[in-house]
Ligand binder design. Structure first.
Ligand code: PLP
Length: 251
C-alpha cells in the first residue's frame, strides 16, 4: 500500500518527510516522498528554508507515476514551501490518475520555532494559497493557530472553531486542540457532525507530531479504514511517539 507524501525535508528527521515515512511504516504503508522544500533545522530550531521549484516538484510526481505498476492509495501534503508549489500540487492531485485518491492536507504554515514554511510573493492569505488543495481534500488537519490563520480571525472557543472549520472547503476538518490550555480535545467537523477526541496532556512536547498524525491517517485511509478509525489509530501512534520522545517522563 503506497501513500504519496509531498512535504519538506527536515534533515534532523524531527518533522517533515523523514517523520512522515516513519509514521507511514508504523501504520503498515510504504511512502513515496516528494520534496517540496529543503530546510536547515537542528536542536536550536529552524534556520532556513528554500522551496523546490514547482516544475521539479511536478517532475518528481510524474516520474513516480510514469510506468508504475502500483498507484498510491492515499495522498498527503505537509509543508509546501511556496504558493506556486501549493497550486502545482493541487493541480496534479486534481487530475487523472490521482483525482479520486483520498487526500489529507496538513496546512503547515510555520515551524514550531517560528520560521515561515509557506512563502507567497503575492502575500495572499493562507486560505487563498491553500484553497485549491483544501477543495480537493478528504481531510484537513489544522491546529488552532493554523485554523485561525485560515479563517483570518482569532477563534475564542469551540463553537467558533467549528464554524471556521465548516467554512473551509475540505470535506472534513480535524481541528487539533493541543495548542490550547487544559486537556487537549481534537474536533472532527464533517458537515453537521462534530466528533470529539479527548487526549491527555504530556509534560512536554516533541517536533513533528502534526506531520506524523496526518501521515498515519493517510496510511489508514489507504488501507480502507473509515475516517474516525483512521484518526483514532493515528492519535494513538502520535501518543506513543510522544511518550518515547519524552523518554518515559510522560509516565
Ligand atoms: N519542517 C518541516 C520540513 C515540516 O514539514 C514541518 C511540518 O510539516 C515542520 C518543520 C514543522 O514541524 P514542527 O512544528 O515540529 O517544527
Amino acid at each position: 500500500m503506497i501513500v504519496l507524501v509531498a512535504a519538506g525535508l527536515d534533515p534532523s528527521g524531527g518533522a517533515g518527510l523523514l517523520a512522515d515515512l516513519e509514521a507511514l511504516r508504523a501504520a503498515g504503508a510504504e511512502g513515496w516522498a516528494v520534496a517540496t522544500a529543503l530546510t536547515a533545522q537542528g536542536p536550536r530550531g529552524a534556520r532556513a528554508m528554500e522551496p523546490v521549484p514547482s516544475g521539479l516538484v511536478l517532475r518528481q510526481i510524474d516520474a513516480l507515476l510514469d510506468g508504475a505498476r502500483r498507484r498510491p492509495r492515499a495522498l498527503k501534503t505537509g509543508m509546501l514551501g511556496s504558493a506556486e508549489n501549493a497550486r502545482a500540487v493541487a493541480a496534479r492531485f486534481g487530475a487523472a490518475p490521482l483525482a479520486r485518491v483520498p487526500l489529507v492536507v496538513d496546512p503547515v504554515l510555520r515551524s514550531s520555532s517560528g520560521l515561515p514554511l509557506l512563502s507567497d510573493p503575492l502575500r495572499r492569505g493562507p486560505a487563498a494559497v491553500l484553497g485549491p488543495l483544501l477543495e480537493r481534500a478528504a481531510l484537513a488537519t489544522p491546529n488552532w493557530p493554523e485554523l485561525e490563520a485560515l479563517a483570518g480571525r482569532s477563534l475564542a472557543g469551540e463553537a467558533e472553531a467549528v464554524a471556521a472549520a465548516r467554512a473551509l472547503p475540505a470535506r472534513a476538518v480535524l481541528v487539533k486542540g493541543g495548542h490550547r490550555e487544559g486537556e487537549p480535545v481534537d474536533l472532527l467537523v464533517r458537515g453537521r457532525s462534530v466528533v470529539r477526541f479527548r487526549g491527555r496532556r504530556r509534560p512536554g512536547t516533541a517536533r513533528g507530531t502534526g506531520c506524523r498524525l496526518a501521515s498515519a491517517i493517510a496510511a489508514l485511509l489507504a488501507r480502507g479504514a473509515p475516517l474516525e478509525e483512521a484518526i483514532r489509530w493515528a492519535k494513538r501512534h502520535v501518543e506513543r511517539h510522544l511518550d518515547s520522545a519524552l523518554g518515559g517522563r510522560a509516565g
